[in-house]
Design a protein around this ligand. Structure first.
Ligand SMILES: [Zn+2]
Length: 319
């Protein structure tokens, strides 16, 4: 459908000028507009597919090279009057080769079989129910594509700091600067491969759960807490995992706090490993997870009676 006529003006011209940027955000103007070609007054003769399977620019390259005004409309080159087609060409020079004349004959024949009519072209905007284009409706589509909505509801846990809750929420929505997420946002990286295992791309799910090294940490956490995390398919499902035998709301809350603490410590360790070349062993990380979660729960869990010795053996001694 684009480019439109050279005379296009105002916001429309601006929108057309950023169509490639919009495409990069999955906003395809060619799909969002549907056009009914009437007499061709809004249709590019050379650049749009308005009859046949391809553009005239590609089908008749010799003629296109000779065209004086390449952005002309269909109506400016041919009109249908009383059942007959009138052509008005504007060549840079006279056609002087067999191939050029042959292209012109074929082009005229094709136009004669087209559905060109006498009514004005109509352009319908599919981005809103009225069918009329508005910048606000385009903006809404762009926002919805750039920031997809999620149904995920984060369980806000007051046993751990707000910062860690916020981290868990971002992790569940893939909003951490993992390499694949950075690449999606146009950041150029030498490689998207996980720097810890070197065997897979570093997505949020990979770096917090699926990486071989990280799996060792989760095995230790599962043994410590007697958790079954065999059904984890996403960071969201991981955060909703609880001990199958736990009954009290407080025990479920503590489980969630331990899982969020583990996610946070894995993330910190990944950053330490990537940026300072100084990661921990899985066993050391488990000790750190025990310590940080104990500190948070001890200071924030009103009514929770827990001591360090029993916490290190099994954290669900809480009532
Ligand atoms: Zn890895």
């Amino acid at each position: 459908m684009f480019p439109l006529r050279a005379g296009a003006s105002g916001c429309w011209k601006n929108i057309v000028s950023i169509k490639d940027d919009l495409m990069g955000k999955n906003v395809n103007l060619h799909i969002l507009f549907s056009k009914e070609v009437g007499k061709g007054n809004l249709t590019s003769f050379w650049y749009e597919v308005w009859t046949g399977p391809m553009t005239f620019k590609d089908k008749y390259p010799r003629l296109f090279a000779l065209e004086s005004r390449k952005l002309c409309s269909v109506e400016e080159r041919c009109q249908k009057r009383d059942g007959n087609f009138l052509f008005s060409w504007d060549w840079k020079r006279n056609l002087n080769s067999v191939i050029e004349v042959e292209e012109l004959n074929n082009c005229c024949r094709e136009i004669a079989t087209s559905g060109l009519g006498s009514t004005c072209d109509t352009l319908t905007w599919k981005g809103c129910p009225s069918g009329s284009f508005s910048v606000s409706s385009l903006r809404s589509i762009w926002v919805s594509q750039s920031f997809p909505t999620h149904n995920y509801v984060h369980f806000w846990n007051n046993l751990i700091p707000i910062k860690i809750n916020f981290f868990g929420w971002r992790a569940a929505l893939n909003r951490l600067p993992a390499k694949t997420e950075l690449a999606k946002r146009g950041v150029t990286l030498p490689s998207a491969i996980c720097g810890t295992c070197g065997t897979a791309e570093e997505s949020v799910f990979h770096l917090l759960w699926d990486c071989n090294w990280v799996k060792q940490v989760w095995i230790l956490v599962q043994l410590w807490c007697d958790l079954d995390l065999s059904n984890v398919t996403s960071i969201e499902s991981l955060q909703n995992s609880t001990h199958s035998l736990l009954k009290s709301p407080m025990q479920i809350k503590v489980t969630n706090a331990v899982i969020l603490s583990t996610l946070w410590m894995i993330w910190k360790d990944r950053n330490e490993r990537n940026f300072n070349n100084n990661g921990s062993s899985p066993e050391k990380l488990l000790d750190d997870i025990k310590a940080i979660s104990f500190t948070w729960i001890k200071s924030r869990g009103k009514g929770i009676s827990v001591n360090w010795g029993s916490w290190c053996i099994f954290p669900f001694v809480v009532p």
